[in-house]
Ligand binder design. Sequence first.
Ligand code: BGC
Length: 520
Amino acid sequence: MPAVGGIPTGPGKEYPGNLTPYVIVTCVVAAMGGLIFGYDIGISGGVTSMDPFLLKFFPKVYRSKHDDSSTNQYCQYNSQTLTMFTSSLYLAALLSSLVASTVTRKFGRKPSMLLGGLLFFAGALLNGFAQAVWMLIVGRILLGFGIGFANQSVPLYLSETAPYKYRGALNIGFQLSITVGILVANVLNYFFSKIHGGWGWRLSLGGAIVPAIILTVGSLFLPDTPNSLIERGNMEDAREKLKRIRGLENVDEEFNDLVMASELSKQVEHPWRNLLQRKYRPHMAVATLIPFFQQFTGINVIMFYAPVLFNTIGFGDDASLMSSVITGLVNVIATLVSIYGVDKWGRRFLFLEGGGQMLICQIIVAACIGAKFGINGNPGELPNWYAIVVVLFICIYVAAFAWSWGPLGWLVPSEVFPLEIRSAAQSINVSVNMVFTFLVAQIFLNMLCHLKFGLFLFFAFFVVVMTIYIYYFLPETKNIPIEEMNQVWRSHWFWAKFMTEEFSNGNVEMLKGGQALKNV
Ligand code: BGC
C-alpha cells in the first residue's frame, strides 16, 4: 500500500520553462481578482461597526448597541438585515460562478475576468452612493456577481500559466491579493471612520472601484492561457503564447501534452454530468470538501466581524478597528510564508501544521472568552492583559490559516482537476466555498448570541475533522505537472480503486497519439 499522501513515483515529466517576467506580470495582474474579493471581505465588518452607518441604515442595531449597555454583549449585533448586508454578496457570487463556468470554457478565462471587473465596478458605485438599505443590498449583489466570475477564472488562469515548478507560489498570488485586499479595507476603515460628518463609510464602500478598475483594465491586456486557446481550437496562437510565457523556442513537449489533454477532454460532452462518474470521485471530494472545510475553520468570523467581535469583547470602536488592522497584517505576512514554502515543504505539511495550530488557538480563545464573559455575556471590567492575550491568539490562529487553508483552499482544487472537468469542477469549488461563506456570515452573529464562547469550540471540532481528511485522503501535489495529476490518484491508497483501467488506458492511448502529434 502506498504511503498515505505519498508522492507518486511515476514517469515524471520535466517541462522546461522559466519564471519569465512575462509570467510574473501576467500573474500579478490576474491576481488582482483576489484584491476585489479581499476588499469586500474586509470592508463590511468595519463599516457595520461605524455608528453613522448603523444609524442611517440599521437604527435598531444602533440602539441596541448604545441604549442599554447592560444587555448581553454576545447579542448586541444580532440583526437579520445587518447579516443580510454582509452575506448577500456570497449568495450572488455562488450563482454567478456557475454561469462563469460556461463563459470561461467557451470564451476563455479572460472574458470572465473582464466581466468580473465590470460588475464589481457597478456594485461599488451603487454602494458608495447608497441612500437606502435596498441600494446597499443590490450593490452587494452586483459585487457578488463580480466575485463569482473572478474567483472562477483567476485561479484557473494562474495555475495554467505558471510553469509547474512554481505553480504553487504563483497561484498563491491570488490568496496574497485577497489578504492585501482585506488589509487595505481594514486600514481604510480605520481612517475613514474618523472623518467628521460621519460619511466615511461611503468612501470605504465606494473605494472598491479602485481594485475593480485594476482588474478590468488588466484583463484587457492579459493573454489567454494556452490551455484555453487549444481548447477553443486556436492551435498556432496557443503555441506562440506558450513560447512567450515560457521564454523558450522549443515548447513542443508541453504543447503536445496540452493538445492531448484537450483532445481527451473534447470526448467529454457533458462536463457537468460527467462529474458524477466514478473516476471523478476523488476530484469531487476535493471540489466539495476543501472549500467546505476552508469555511468551517471559522476564519470569516474573524475576517468579516473582527471589529464587531473585538467590540463585543470590550474594545472601544477605535481599538476594534485597530485590532483588525493587526490581524489583517498578520494575514498578509503569513501568506508570504506559504508562498515561500508551498513548493518546498508541500501542501500536506502546511495543511497539517496549520490545522494543529488553529485548533490550539481556538481552544485558548474559547477558554479566555468563557472565563470572562461566562454564559450571561457580562464581563464587568476587562483588564488590559486579557485583551492582549485574546488578540495574540487570534493572530496566531489567523497566521495558521493564512499559510494553510487560506491559500491551499484555492490552490489545491485548481491543480487537481483534469482539463475535461476543470472549469465545471472549479465552479463547484467556488460555489461550495460561497455557500458556506454565506452560511457562516449569515449565522455567525446569531451563533455568537446563542453558542457564546462555545462558537470557537464548534469550529475547533471541524478543524479536527478536516485535519484527519487531509492526513488520509489528500495526496501530495507539489511539483507534479498539472496534466500529470492522474498519476497521483492512481497511486493513492484509497482513491486508486476509483481510477479505472479504461481511464488509464485512455491516457496511454492519448500519449501514443501525442508522439504522432510531435511530428506534425
Ligand atoms: C477565503 C476567504 C477568507 C480569506 C481570508 C480566503 O482564502 O476563501 O473566505 O476570508 O481567505 O484571508
